[in-house]
Design a protein around this ligand. Structure first.
Ligand SMILES: [Zn+2]
Length: 163
């Protein structure tokens, strides 16, 4: 799958849209999740949200290190810790740009997997970080929205809006 980046106006438009819930988890959803996982691994990413491959649906995938890939469909965060942590983030849709930003250190999330089963997950550290970053994508939010305008403009200035 092609990874959409902010360097193309038509792709940025998709990245900025709010994704819609998946009504039925079926063979098509399973195929989409498998394709997203393969794309994420090939791009050496640790998370990928459907809008990043041009699909406006509420699904994202995560794979950290040797852990099995995780699939989150129609995810909702049910708890965020008051304690924040600072971490340097990057994004496959904003290639080669990184910035430190604060997010809650721990979260709880409810979602459905590709078998249509609901699950709850508690996450801390890097996993909590990636989940929050990917969930943002489903609402059209990019990590650069969480940094100062000055830093954001410096990053945006590196991209030429081609078409
Ligand atoms: Zn991203």
């Amino acid at each position: 799958m092609e990874i959409y980046t902010i360097g193309f106006e038509n792709q940025l438009k998709i990245l900025r849209q709010k994704a819609l819930p998946i009504e039925n988890i079926n063979d098509r959803t399973i195929k989409l999740a498998e394709d997203m996982i393969a794309t994420m691994i090939e791009a050496k990413g640790i998370g990928l949200a459907a809008p990043q491959v041009g699909i406006g649906e509420r699904i994202f995938t995560v794979k950290i290190g040797e852990d099995a890939p995780l699939i989150f469909i129609n995810p909702e965060i049910t708890f965020t810790s008051a304690k924040l942590s600072t971490y340097e983030e990057g994004c496959l849709s904003i290639p080669e740009q990184y910035a430190e930003l604060e997010r809650p250190q721990a979260i709880q999330i409810q979602a459905w997997n590709n078998r249509g089963r609901a699950f709850n997950l508690e996450a801390t550290g890097l996993l909590a970080r990636v989940i929050q970053h990917e969930l943002d994508h489903l609402d059209g939010i990019l990590f650069i929205d969480h940094i100062s305008k000055q830093k954001r403009n410096r990053i945006l200035g590196k991209f030429i809006f081609a078409s």
